[in-house]
Design a protein around this ligand. Sequence first.
Ligand code: FMN
Length: 318
Amino acid sequence: MDSHKICVAPMMQYTDMHDRFLLRLISKNIFLYTEMISTGSIIFGNCLNQFDFNNEEHPVGVQLGGSNPKHLAECAKVAEKYGYDEINLNVGCPSERVQKGRFGACLMLEPELVAECVSEMSKSVDLPVTVKCRLGIDDREDYEFLSNFVEIVKSAGVSTFIVHARNGLLKGLSPRQNRNIPPLKYDYVYRLKQENKDLNIIINGGIKDLTESKNHLEKVDGVMIGRASYDNPFMLADVDELIFNETTNRKNKVEILNEYLDYVTVMHSKGHDLSRMLKHLFGLSKGDTQAKAFRRKVHETILDGDIVNSRNELIALI
Ligand SMILES: Cc1cc2nc3c(=O)[nH]c(=O)nc-3n(C[C@H](O)[C@H](O)[C@H](O)COP(=O)(O)O)c2cc1C
């Protein structure tokens, strides 16, 4: 599935609709995901604005967190009406809050329930339903645990798995530690692809740049990048040419910044929070000689709220 060759990972508090708009200015071909939206917040909290997104974001998938098949199906239907391109189920988040809700990574221990969830969702929407999971949970370090999980969920109709290539530890590690401490085992994900040629396998975890991504793409169908592309979104500027062989109009940083500031101005006038939109710019100057001064100016603009007056200086610093 070519559309998933380079995906940007769902990240709570980071990959919101504004960040995704910014990323789409940088690459036409990356596949985007929302932050995780829990079914509880939709069904009981009625927080439907979490589904809001910009038309420009396509292709974009919504990530749901939950384990009640009926609730998931209901949320999937709403997401489909909103116009998303894919529904993804979170089977990778190890946080205690999420465990208490019996969803996220702990669902890897209940593959039959995951199969029921995805099957219920698939029945209610015409969109592809995909799963993002870990290699295993706690001391289940064996490849067979992963392949058994995939086998069962695959039989419910899932053909795309995004695998964060490390175990999730449900006790004793914070979510942050769970993204760094359990060792990466890319070979498990490669083997999964080798043994399931019919599946789209996307590899995730610790991938730093497009050179590494290209190497992974020799073995799997897609790569998902999270922290590296948030810290340095411009690393994605070469995706269209290097990965998709499209010699498109690659935008430079000034063009990207100008278009993003136009967007921020419009969204601010509609009531969107300025700091939430501008904070995504911190990484844009990564690697530049004036990076520090640019970040300082972004920070100042967040504080004084005056985009009009800051614009020229921001442009001069990028
Ligand atoms: C701040 C933060 C928030 C995250 N939120 C989510 C989330 O909502 N859903 C999810 O599946 N993974 C979430 N993740 C995990 C990432 O999607 C990804 O699997 C992980 O960061 C490993 O990829 P990376 O090494 O490229 O960052 C989050 C990661 C970070 C750093």
